[in-house]
Design a protein around this ligand. Structure first.
Ligand SMILES: Nc1ncnc2c1ncn2[C@@H]1O[C@H](COP(=O)(O)OP(=O)(O)OP(=O)(O)O)[C@@H](O)[C@H]1O
Length: 274
């Protein structure tokens, strides 16, 4: 197992950051490896004078599906950007453990598909293999993942002819074509209509179960978090205020009473209801 440590800018992790906000970790679901896919240790992130993350400790087991919830501006995307290596923490450390090459460690998917308009759908997916596989191998892998998401027959077409949901499926294929160890999802279904959103949730769950990557989903949608995740983490005031296991069998049925009860627990925390 290779281990990389992303060291923070400036000062190293403070004792304060590593002892505060310690949250007991739920066990991973049966079948998941107990070894952490990544560990945040006393993560602090400041922008100028503003402290956005204020000592986050979080271990996520390999293969676990974690949803991150919190009010607007609480630092969810910031946390995801740190995980994806797009930004550096001000303090603390992030350790990612895996045996894969650096380019395959993590991928991030955003609310907008961010496809290249001048490239075919197949080529857009191949972008996810840049620096890893090229030529015929890349074309074959691109087609294989497009087949998984039901768009193999559209590989030669342009992104402009796709619906919003189809474009997000292509973005998902691009994120997964290199079989990343960690998939970071920043509100990827937020712009979709309800039915397309539920279809995408089901697709995401199916591919996560097949590929066994570790998924970290930022969402505003408590129902979506409880439907998809093994565990829901709530961020408030720069810290983890709730770390809730969702020990429910899959597939989960929207509207089931136990899902509604867990949604209530999360909403109580978000709105500080007793
Ligand atoms: N590059 C940056 N420079 C300065 N401030 C930033 C930067 N990135 C984020 N912030 C600030 O950090 C805070 C957290 O932003 P972030 O995008 O992580 O929140 P969020 O929880 O994802 O919000 P939302 O749910 O609205 O997307 C915000 O106050 C934001 O303005």
């Amino acid at each position: 197992m290779s281990v990389i440590a992303l060291h923070p800018q400036g000062k190293s992790a403070t004792a304060e950051g590593t002892t505060r906000n310690r949250v007991s970790q739920p066990s991973p679901e049966p079948g998941h490896s107990a070894a952490p896919a990544f560990s945040f240790r006393g993560i602090i992130k400041r922008f100028g004078d503003k402290t956005v993350l204020d000592g986050i400790d979080l271990d996520v087991a390999q293969g676990q599906f974690v949803a991150v919830i919190g009010k607007s501006g609480c630092g969810k995307s910031t946390l995801l950007r740190l995980l994806a290596g797009l930004d550096r923490p001000t303090g603390g450390s992030l350790v990612i453990a895996n045996g894969k090459a650096e380019g395959q460690r993590s991928r991030i998917m955003f609310q907008e598909p961010r496809l290249l308009p001048w490239a075919t759908i197949g080529r857009n997916v191949e972008v996810g293999l840049a620096g890893i596989v090229k030529g015929q191998g890349a074309r074959e892998q691109s087609l294989a993942i497009l087949n998984e998401i039901g768009l193999a027959d559209r590989a030669g077409e342009w992104p402009s002819v796709l619906s919003g949901g189809q474009r997000q499926r292509v973005a998902l294929a691009r994120a997964l074509v290199a079989h990343p160890f960690i998939l970071a999802l920043d509100e990827p279904l937020g712009a979709l209509d309800t039915l397309t959103r539920i279809e995408m949730q089901q697709l995401l769950e199916r591919i996560w179960q097949q590929q066994k990557f570790t998924a970290v989903l930022v969402t505003h949608d408590v129902t979506e978090a409880v439907a998809l995740a093994d565990r829901v983490v709530v961020i408030d005031n720069g810290r983890i205020s709730l770390d809730l296991p969702i020990p429910l069998e899959r597939p989960r049925r929207h509207g089931a009473p136990e899902l509604a009860r867990l949604e209530g627990v999360i909403l109580d925390q978000l709105f500080r209801r007793r």
